[in-house]
Design a protein around this ligand. Structure first.
Ligand code: ATP
Length: 286
């Protein structure tokens, strides 16, 4: 059952309530997100999947306070998000653009802590721990451009976790790395998540990745977006690339999510969302 958008959930770390986003463009209004309501409990790892253009990035921008929703709200620990909250960190797909090429790895990871005024001793400890957590203790003096793509993305992850966020948002962070590196990074995220107890919302195009990584998968409909389905992933907590992906339950879940995305692409919408919807110009209401 969907949470009631009018009622705050006092147990949630992150609450998205009745979120709607309409972009105003020269060509008219684009209703990217119609009505999204969901909660993340502290320490949850949820993946968000949906067809291309279903508003995943739009949603993350609203959650991270980089963009204001047209209607609805985002609450972090019960407080409305009106700008980038201190307790949140975001890792983007384009690690190449998110790291400063003229700064060494260590300085990149340290920068947000410096900006926060964290004292030097504590900064050093947090940076050391974060670099160790992502397996990069050996390259603190390298520049990002001297590292492979996967290593650069590890630096971006280290920077996010050094910051000790309560909520970590990840927007297709592994889309630009090779399959092998991607598998390693997926495992890294589960290790870091378990170790730090951080709440993670992980956006991905990749259905297998969403099932392998998530404790929960939130499936979005096509734009104008609502939640198509929100499922628990009842796979064992200890996952590994070979065994977990060979489990019959993994195949079942993957099949189910795939089917839902195919339906979403064809314009299928959950019954509750379709009731009373009026078609939006240039877009299919289903
Ligand atoms: N700045 C903008 N101005 C106008 N329309 C926009 C803007 N950003 C996104 N849109 C539109 O909003 C809808 C959702 O876009 P968004 O990028 O959030 O989807 P997405 O699910 O992240 O896409 P993808 O999976 O392809 O990365 C699309 O129809 C897109 O064209």
């Amino acid at each position: 059952m969907q949470p009631d958008p009018t009622q705050p959930n006092t147990e949630a770390t992150l609450s998205v309530r009745g979120l709607k986003k309409v972009y105003q463009t020269d060509g008219g209004d684009v209703e990217a997100v119609r009505n999204l309501t969901f909660d993340l409990r502290a320490g949850e790892l949820a993946c968000l999947v949906g067809p291309s253009g279903s508003g995943k990035t739009t949603l993350l921008k609203c959650i991270s306070g980089l963009m204001a929703p047209t209607e609805g709200e985002v609450l972090l620990d019960g407080k409305r998000v009106t700008g980038p909250p201190k307790k949140m960190a975001v890792v983007f797909q384009e690690y190449g653009r998110s790291l400063f090429p003229w700064m060494r790895v260590r300085d990149n990871v340290e920068l947000p802590l410096k900006n926060q005024g964290v004292p030097k001793g504590e900064r050093d400890r947090l940076v050391d721990d974060a670099l160790e957590a992502v397996g990069l203790s050996h390259v603190p003096r390298s520049y990002p451009w001297q590292l492979s793509g996967g290593m650069q993305q590890r630096v971006a992850i280290a920077r996010a976790i050094a910051y000790q966020p309560e909520v970590l948002l990840m927007d297709e962070p592994f889309a630009a790395v090779d399959a092998q590196t991607r598998a390693d990074l997926e495992d890294l995220i589960r290790v870091v998540w378990k170790k730090l107890g951080v709440t993670v919302l992980f956006v991905t195009h990749d259905i297998d990745e969403s099932v392998y990584l998530g404790e929960r998968v939130i499936i979005l409909s096509s734009s104008p977006t609502v939640i198509q389905e929100d499922i628990q992933i009842d796979l064992p907590a200890d996952r590994d690339q070979l065994n977990t992906r060979s489990l019959p339950r993994f195949t079942e879940l993957r099949h189910h999510v795939y089917e839902q995305i195919q339906l979403a692409k064809k314009g299928h919408r959950p019954a509750a969302a379709s009731a009373g919807e009026t078609p939006v110009k240039g877009q299919r209401a289903g």
